[in-house]
Each structure stands twice: as structure tokens, then as C-alpha cells.
Write a new protein. Sequence first.
Length: 165
Amino acid sequence: MEEQNYINEFGKVFTQWRVDEYPNHDRSRTWYILSSIAGIALIIYAIVTANFLFAVIILLSAVITLLSVFRQPEKIDVAITSTGVVIGPAFYEFKDIKDFSIAYKPPEYKLIYFDFDKPWLPLVSIPLEDVDPNEVRECLLPFCLENLDRTNETLTDTVRRVYKL
């Protein structure tokens, strides 16, 4: 109930849904074996080339991946309000959003992207889960532009989904 009150602080809620804070993949034993082999090979390469920072980055990536296995992702609220978009604890006003786009090809992906005017804010992708994309689109159109050129998921999201990262 506290979360709903928090969202109501940002105006009238048009639509709302819950998503995992990060994708939770079911990885096979083969995935872990191949990833371990690739990680060890990259660490050996980093040591041979005296690129120790690269070795540390590979080790940190492995630790983060292993930690995510033992922890279930929390659910965060996503809401489109009369003043902006709430994504978990973050709030983005419509004036800061350059455009939005919907990439919808079930069951592979159902995403909404928000691009911002500020260059230091990255492109944000949010799973639509079971929400009707047309309803979300209708809620956003009065407030921000729709990018009709971006109809597929980004390369980053494709790699993350295919390789279960």
C-alpha cells in the first residue's frame, strides 16, 4: 500500500504494472560450464597480455552473475501518471522524455523504450509483461512523441535475452 501512495504523489495514475528489477533467466548446467570456460580463457588472456584491469572486470562479472543466481529479483512498480513515468524509485517527468517506442513481438519480447533529452540518461527498456501495449501507448501519446522507427528490441536487449545475461 505504501508503494501505491508513493506513486500517487506524481499525479493521476493512468496505468500501472509490476516487473522484475532484472531479468531472471533459467540457465542450464551447460550454460554455466561454457561461461566458466570462456571466463577462465579471458582471465588467462588478460594475465598473458598484462591487462590486469580486464581480469578484474571479468572476475567481477562472474561474481555478480553468481550472486544473481542465489537471489530472486524484487518486483518494482512501473506507472504512467499525469506528470511522468515512475519506474521503481525513479521518476521521469514527461518534459525530460524525448520519445518512447514499443517493441512488441510476443512471446520473444514485449518492451517499451524511453529515450531522454539529456545525453547522460541511457535508453531505458521496461518489460510490458501482461499489460496491453495499446493501452500504454494511448496513455503516453498526449504527453510525449512516439518513435515509430524503433519497432524491434535493441541489440543490447537481444544479446542479453539470447545469451541469458
